[in-house]
Design a binder for this molecule. Structure first.
Ligand SMILES: Nc1ncnc2c1ncn2[C@@H]1O[C@H](COP(=O)(O)OP(=O)(O)OP(=O)(O)O)[C@@H](O)[C@H]1O
Length: 241
């Protein structure tokens, strides 16, 4: 810790060895409500893979929101890639966000874009030309079982199809960090295993992965750390990888 209580030593800029995510004494509340997260401390080493579990209302989505910068802690410090998020200026936020792939519980697909266009959006926004990614996007869509739905619009998709499109969009740019909120909640067990393989493959390429899930058989299917939330408090178990 520094004199002002901020975590040291990697807060000032990108540091190669700093964890992808670090929470130091993090508390969070919505408005003036009670704390939904209390004194959370953990680090996600770069290239690591872990699950986040816990009963409904325990605070999983809230914790993920702090990582993808949709919320701010009410106490403590959240660092991403060695940078204290409270000290980030507005100009550096978009670049940081681009490094994080997020699979939202409610998908957040753009309804006026086709499945292909939704999934390709992060690449388009990054300035890539369509011909450089069209084949990869189609291959990914086939992989997640959406090969027949490439030109469909989200309102015509089933819940599971929307979820798979959201997953494809989150992984397409091979982000440094992948945050997934119940990514297999709407698919059958065989597809859940297939999607988990996709996350494992991405992790092998260097992406740090954190998956929130209620699905105990999924969570226990890999020998990786399991972060468990209960009433806003975190404990960690398992994992030798
Ligand atoms: N926008 C919000 N405003 C006020 N309270 C909220 C808000 N979002 C969540 N909460 C509260 O924060 C607590 C944690 O909710 P959170 O969604 O993080 O839990 P969760 O573990 O993700 O639950 P689930 O598994 O049901 O998705 C709950 O008591 C919830 O009611």
């Amino acid at each position: 810790m520094n004199e002002d209580g901020r975590p040291g030593p990697d807060i000032s800029g990108e540091a190669g060895s700093a964890p992808a995510v670090r929470f130091d004494g993090v508390g969070m509340r919505y408005g003036r409500g009670a704390e939904v997260l209390r004194d959370i401390n953990f680090g996600l080493p770069r290239g690591s893979f872990q699950f986040l579990t816990g009963p409904s209302g325990a605070g999983k989505t809230s914790l993920l929101k702090l990582i993808y910068l949709a919320e701010r802690p009410s106490s403590g410090f959240v660092s991403l890639f060695g940078r204290d998020t409270a000290l980030l200026d507005r100009d550096s936020l978009p670049d940081l966000r681009k490094r994080i792939g997020v699979i939202f519980q409610d998908f957040r697909l753009l309804e006026h874009l086709t499945v292909f266009e939704n999934v390709a959006l992060p690449l388009r926004v990054a300035g890539q030309a369509r011909k450089s990614y069209a084949e990869d996007v189609q291959e990914l869509l086939h992989w997640v079982g959406l090969g027949e739905r490439i030109d469909a619009f989200p309102p015509t998709l089933s819940g599971g199809e929307k979820q798979r499109a959201a997953i494809a969009r989150a992984v397409v740019s091979k982000p440094d960090l992948l945050i997934a909120d119940e990514p297999t909640g709407n698919v059958d067990p065989a597809m859940a295993r297939r999607l988990l393989r996709l996350f494992v493959e991405l992790n092998k390429l260097g992406t740090t992965v954190l998956i929130a899930s209620h699905d105990i058989s999924l969570v226990r299917s890999l020998d990786v750390p399991i972060f468990e939330l209960h009433d806003g408090m975190l404990s960690v178990s398992g994992g030798t990888r």
